[in-house]
Ligand binder design. Structure first.
Ligand code: CO8
Length: 261
């Protein structure tokens, strides 16, 4: 695996099908500088293109998942520059990832860090994790989906409270509001996320992609459009060998042997 400056990337899981990404910029609490984001995007290309990878897990350190966009990098910028160069436009590459990605969040997930976690498919949190959109404190607003994804996940009142005050919420509260689906002891967090990734890897990778696409459609479509889209996708599973194998294995009382076709 390639050596990166700001990431540790590898493979794990029972059958080595899980891509593992650790944000590694300890001096700056994993603040998301441009170099780090470019390395992440390169990693996402690899995950999408490598057919032996079924799922991904992304984490940070025990102290910080990521403390936001790099404020020192942003501090001297002017409107003309950020508008002209479409600053941060490439930060949402992760939302085009077709394989599932689980964020395992210990410590701070602030600003862009919280937004990065929300762009993942699910978030598991360590008991001491803290989520927040503190941009207002430094005179700006969330710039990578925070004002849009947070209200969809936690509702308007909690999202407004977080975005307008900059106050952080802890793991339990994040779980209560639906931002996070599981809270575990910090030292068990990564293993727990890998365990879930491994479960996903047992299924047909082809059908997993279709399931992810269908769930994501619910955020972009009306209910009627979404249900129609789902039905068509459901019908399409009947064009795959893996649908036939899955149902045949059930009938024959054996484990399925999926081919990704
Ligand atoms: N950018 C750059 N450096 C940072 C950042 C950051 N976001 N966060 C922490 N650091 C650095 C500190 O400057 C410090 O470096 P140094 O030792 O050289 O002074 C080092 O990390 C350690 O930090 P602290 O000493 O502050 O550690 P504490 O434990 O005292 O405090 C906090 C931890 C509370 C997390 C504190 O560091 C903090 O408030 N950080 C800033 C959090 C923040 O405001 N984040 C939002 C940034 S704005 C943003 O994300 C815009 C989103 C744009 C879109 C993003 C797309 C994904």
């Amino acid at each position: 695996q390639k050596k990166f400056e700001y990431l540790k990337v590898g493979r794990c899981g029972e059958e080595n099908k899980v891509a593992f990404i650790e944000l590694y910029r300890p001096k700056a609490l994993n603040a998301l500088c441009n170099g780090l984001m470019l390395e992440l995007n390169e990693t996402f290309d690899w995950i999408d293109n490598d057919n032996t990878i079924g799922c991904a897990v992304i984490t940070g350190s025990e102290k910080a998942f990521a403390a936001g966009a790099d404020i020192k990098e942003m501090q001297p910028k002017h409107f003309s520059e950020v508008y002209r160069d479409n600053f941060l436009e490439h930060w949402n590459r992760i939302t085009r990832l077709r394989k599932p990605i689980i964020a395992a969040v210990n410590g701070f997930a602030l600003g862009g860090g919280c937004e990065l976690a929300m762009m993942c498919d699910m978030i598991y949190a360590g008991e001491k994790a803290q989520f927040g959109q503190p941009e207002i404190i430094i005179g700006t607003i969330p710039g990578s989906g925070g004002t849009q994804r947070l209200p969809r996940l936690v509702g308007k009142s909690k999202a407004m409270e977080m975005v307008l005050t900059g106050d952080r919420i802890g793991a339990e509260e994040a779980c209560k509001f639906g931002l996070v689906s599981k809270v575990v002891a910090p030292e068990k967090l990564v293993d727990e996320a890998i365990k879930t990734a491994d479960r996903i890897c047992q299924h047909s990778p082809l059908i997993v992609k279709m399931a992810k696409e269908a769930v994501n459609a619910s955020f972009e479509m009306t209910l009627a459009e979404g249900v129609h889209f789902e039905k068509r996708m459901f019908h399409q599973t009947f064009a795959t060998s893996d649908r036939r194998e899955g149902m045949t294995a059930f009938v024959e009382k054996r484990k399925p042997n999926f081919s990704n076709e």
